[in-house]
Write a protein that binds this ligand. Structure first.
Ligand SMILES: [Mg+2]
Length: 176
């Protein structure tokens, strides 16, 4: 069986939406995903708010209630019939996130075994046939076939060499 490694944030878990929601709750300003095209969240906010927003993902509970990216559950379940599915998240950047991410997976992706969850730092350690990820730094160091999953920030030319999937329905067409 071929192996697929799948990132969490902005691939199966909507971290960007959580940034938008927390920012609105704290500063009263609405930022939507279309405001973030080709940009990082901190690039579209007032410089004096950047240090504060930088702390959001380090706050307890940040990763506990992220929305599930549409169709990721059903498509991953189908993929798991034909491929070995691994979750690969650079979770050690946020040490508090490990338990939260684990519990979130258990709740929303109960068919993923603990044996198939990889919480790491540098993703060049991964060995798989495919990697589905929204970050260039992770796609670049991957040995197999890298698939860029569309997130507002990655709508940039630098991602062009990679196969792009705009949704989980496109992943389904690509891999099934
Ligand atoms: Mg990600």
């Amino acid at each position: 069986m071929k192996r697929i490694a799948i990132d969490m944030d902005d691939v199966i878990a909507d971290a960007t939406q959580k940034f938008c929601d927390m920012y609105k709750a704290e500063f009263g300003t609405t930022i939507e995903k279309h405001d973030l095209i080709g940009k990082e969240f901190v690039e579209v906010i007032a410089p004096e708010h950047q240090a504060r927003v930088h702390e959001y993902a380090r706050q307890k509970g940040f990763f506990s209630d992220l929305l599930v990216i549409p169709h990721s559950q059903e498509v991953m379940l189908k993929l798991s019939q034909k491929y070995e599915i691994y979750i690969a998240s650079a979770a050690t950047e946020y040490p508090n996130s490990l338990k939260e991410k684990h519990d979130w997976l258990k709740e929303h992706f109960p068919f993923i075994s603990w044996l198939n969850i990889v919480f790491c730092g540098d993703k060049s350690i991964l060995k798989a046939d495919y990697l589905i990820d929204d970050r260039l730094k992770n796609l670049k160091v991957f040995d197999g076939k890298a698939i860029v999953f569309t997130a507002p920030h990655n709508l940039k030319e630098a991602y062009e060499p990679y196969t792009r999937a705009n949704s989980w329905l496109e992943i389904e067409k690509l891999l099934l």
